[in-house]
Ligand binder design. Structure first.
Ligand code: HGY
Ligand code: MN
Ligand code: MN
Length: 418
């Protein structure tokens, strides 16, 4: 029996919401910057919660600032959860995170227009600080909600700008009252742009996401000796900058040697005193390692750490490090993955199964409730880039699959769906 309902998403309405949210934190050359808990994030939150209330949702804000709206069903019980995040990286696009939240609101708007009362409630949420760029770790809000990160620990995290999570949350007015873990959904489905090149390269419309790869973020601090660039013979230097450069090469080398899905990135690097005529005394940098296989990820962590310590030892530089984030690979729910595939096929949309290279709030819910994600293509595979783009017809296809999957999960026989 096809799952199709005759309810269709209104892509004009959805694109209007995406563009309106994209005006908040808009960058002059395109793209957006709504770093977590900044005034821009606060303004985006105000806009989206306003839309939640206009749609008649019962809105809650919990103690780490996660926000969700609930549309009741005929029966009480655990809601089907939709959503994602609205914070962005500093060179963000219009779609990363925002698409999953606003497509969730589009599902609600369609049900309201069609006067459909689902059997079970539906919730649409956005989670605090999914990106982790300003305050590590990423997926902070959903991790705190699910209990894998203590609220007290999260509130005292100091950001890259020296600010504190708890203070910034208060400043934007989203230190909510609602207890954590209040949302215990019956299922979670997150629509997201792929942020990679696979769907576009294979000309496939929908990704039925099977899970999320493991993530390891470490910050290294190297301490050498500042010295005169002109008078210090090369053999007498303890150059922290040199060791940082060797670390970047070592990370790339480890990814090549381990192969498979292994990726490695040194994304943030600062030198002190960062002056043309001074041998760097200090280097602080981050290493982001990811792999779908936990053992391989552990090998990558060990190989990079060993290379850094070896290079530092040879240069007379000391090394300290601190873990910023660590998530093991996560598998999504077979039943929900099949449902995504089936709904895509019922809409005559090409679909393929694939893992997620990026982290998502969905991975924090996967151990607790049937969870899966829906991907739509990213042009040129770009994301965390102001030129991030997904065409309206691609967004429409993803939102329609989200609507169909949601209707199936919120229906009376939800438990028997494939
Ligand atoms: O880093 C990530 O994978 C995500 O964008 N937070
Ligand atoms: Mn995202
Ligand atoms: Mn992102």
């Amino acid at each position: 029996m096809p799952l199709l309902s005759n309810v269709r998403v209104d892509i004009g309405r959805l694109m209007a919401r995406i563009e309106t949210l994209g005006e908040i934190g808009a960058l002059s050359g395109g793209g957006v910057c709504r770093l977590a808990l900044t005034p821009e994030d606060g303004a985006g939150r105000d806009l989206v919660t306003g839309w939640m209330r206009e749609l008649g949702l019962d809105v809650s804000v919990d103690r780490i600032g996660n926000v969700w709206g609930i549309r009741p069903g005929k029966a009480d019980g655990a809601p089907v959860l939709l959503g994602s995040h609205i914070d962005t990286v500093a060179t963000g696009g219009l779609y990363d995170g925002a698409l999953g939240v606003l497509a969730g609101l589009e599902v609600i708007a369609c049900l309201n227009d069609a006067d459909i009362e689902t059997e079970y409630p539906i919730a649409v949420a956005f989670f605090t600080n999914e990106e982790g760029s300003r305050f590590a770790p990423d997926m902070m809000g959903s991790a705190v909600h699910q209990g894998s990160l203590a609220l007290e620990e999260a509130l005292v995290v100091v950001g890259i700008d020296g600010s504190k999570v708890g203070e910034e949350l208060e400043a934007i007015g989203y230190a909510g009252e609602v207890a954590l873990a209040t949302l215990s959904p019956s299922a979670f489905v997150e629509l997201h742009v792929e942020q990679g090149p696979v769907l576009e390269r294979e000309d496939i419309r929908i990704g039925a996401v099977t899970g999320v790869q493991g993530i390891s973020w470490t910050e290294y601090t190297l301490t050498g000796v500042s010295n005169h660039a002109g008078t210090t013979p090369m053999a007498f230097r303890c150059d922290a900058g040199l060791v940082a450069a060797e670390a970047i090469v070592a990370a790339r080398k480890a990814a090549g040697e381990i192969g498979g899905t292994q990726v490695a990135t040194v994304g943030a690097l600062t030198l002190e005193p960062n002056l043309v005529n001074v041998v760097p005394e200090k280097a602080v940098f981050t290493v982001d390692l990811r792999n779908t296989e936990e053992d391989a990820l552990k090998r990558a962590e060990a190989q990079v750490a060993e290379a850094i310590h070896e290079a530092a030892g040879a240069e007379g530089v000391t090394v300290t490090s601190r873990r910023l984030a660590r998530f093991e690979p996560v598998e999504f729910d077979a039943r929900v993955i099949s449902l995504v595939e089936r709904c895509a096929k019922d809409r005559a949309l090409s679909v393929r199964r694939m893992p997620s290279g990026a982290g998502h709030d969905a991975q924090m819910f996967a151990p607790y409730c049937p969870t899966a994600m829906i991907f739509v293509p990213s042009r040129d595979g770009l994301s965390h880039n102001i030129h991030e783009y997904t065409a309206p017809d691609q967004i429409e296809a993803g939102a329609q699959v989200l609507l169909d999957v949601t209707l199936a999960l919120a229906s009376p026989d939800a438990g028997t769906k494939p």
